[in-house]
Design a protein around this ligand. Sequence first.
Ligand code: ARG
Length: 415
Amino acid sequence: APTAPTVTAIRAGRLVDVVGGKLLTNQIILVSGDKITAVGPNLAIPAGATVVDLSNATVLPGLMDCHTHLSGEPGDNYYEDMFRKSPIDRAVVAPVYAARTLQAGFTMVRDLGSGSLIDVSLRNAINAGTLPGPRMLVATFALSATGGHGDPTTGFAPGLKFGENPDFTGIADGPEEIRKRVRNNVKFGADWIKVLATAGVLSEEGSAGAALYSFEELKAAVDEAHRWGRQVAAHAHGAEGIKLAVRAGVTSIEHGSLLDDEGIQLMKKNGTWLVADLYDDDYILSEYAKKGFPEKIIEKERSVGKLQRENFQKAVRAGVKVAFGTDAAVYPHGGNGKQFFYMVKFGLTPMQAIQSATIRAAELLQWQDRTGSLTAGKLADIVAVPGNPLDDVQALETVQFVMKDGKVYRNEPKR
Ligand code: ARG
C-alpha cells in the first residue's frame, strides 16, 4: 500500500497573516507532504504527526527575494574577480550561496541574470532535490546593449573578449537581435527575461542613468517574451529608461533609482512593480573601495543611492506596487533580510514590508496560487523568527526555522 505522506503540526505562538494583514496568536499549521492542509487556532493534531514547537516564535510564509544573482558575489578584489575567475569557479560556489539564502529564510527567488547558464543548472539541481536552496525562477543572460551594463568588457582594452560560445551572451542591439536573444534564453531554460534598459552602477559605462535601449528595442523584448509566455524585468536607474521600459510593457522595474513623478504615474497606470534594492547603497559605500572598485564606480553609487531611497518613498506614498528584491550578490548572500529595515525606514509599515516579500512577491512572480501566504492548499514554505517582526522588522534578520515544500531545512532549539 502507498505510504501516507508525513504530517507535521506546527505550533505557532504568533503567525503573520499576510492576506488579512494581521498578527494571529496561538495557531496550528498542519502540513502534509509538500502542502499546507489547514491553519487555525484549535486544530486537532493527528496521531503520529511530528510536532514542531514554535510557540515562542513568530511564524511567517517563506520569504521571497525577487532580485538575486546566486551565481556570484563580490570577492575581495575587483580585477581578480573579473580576470581570474572562470564560469566554473562561479558554478562550484553557487550552491553555497543558494544554501545560505535558504538558511536565511528565503524559500523562493527570482534570479535576474547569470553567466554560462549556471542559474539554470542550479535551479534544476534544487528542484531535483540534489542541492538545498530556494526555489528559483531564472533569467539566464541579461539582455544588454553593446557597451552597456551587461557587456563584460566595457571600459577595458579594445579587443578583449570573454567566453567563446556565441550563444552564451545577452548582448543584443536592435529589435531583431533582441528577439533572437529572447528566443535563445527561452530555449536554454529562462523563466523570466531580464533587460538592462539603462546603464548601471557596478560597471564601467558612463552615467548610471543613461537609457541604453530604445522604446522599439524594449518593445521587441517584451513582445517576444510574451510570445513565449515569459515576463520581463527591466534594470533601470534613469528616469527616461524607466519610462521607456514601463511604456514597453515590462512587468517590473529593478532599482528605479531616478524615478520621477511622471514615471510614478505611468507605473501606477500600467500596474508595473517596483523592486528597489534599498540596502545596497550602504554596503557598496562601506565595502567596495576596499575591494579595489574604481573610483568612478563608487562615484556612480553616490549619484544614485540616496535618490533611490527618496524616490522609493515617493513611489510608496503614491501607491506604486512594491515587491522585495535585494540584488543579492552586490552584498554577501544570506544577508537578504537586512533590507527589511530600509523598506520600513523609507516608507513601508513592517506589515507591508513583510507582504512585499511574501504575498506581493508571489503576485509579481505569478505564483500567488501556490505560495506567498500560510493558506491551506499552498506549498508549505514556512519560516519562523524569535521576537515580533511587526514591532521590530530587524527580527527578520535572525531566522530560526525554515521549511520549504514541507521539508525542514533549519530548526534551532527553542530559546
Ligand atoms: N547591480 C546594480 C547596478 O550595478 C546595483 C546597484 C546598487 N546600488 C543601488 N543604489 N541600488 O546598477
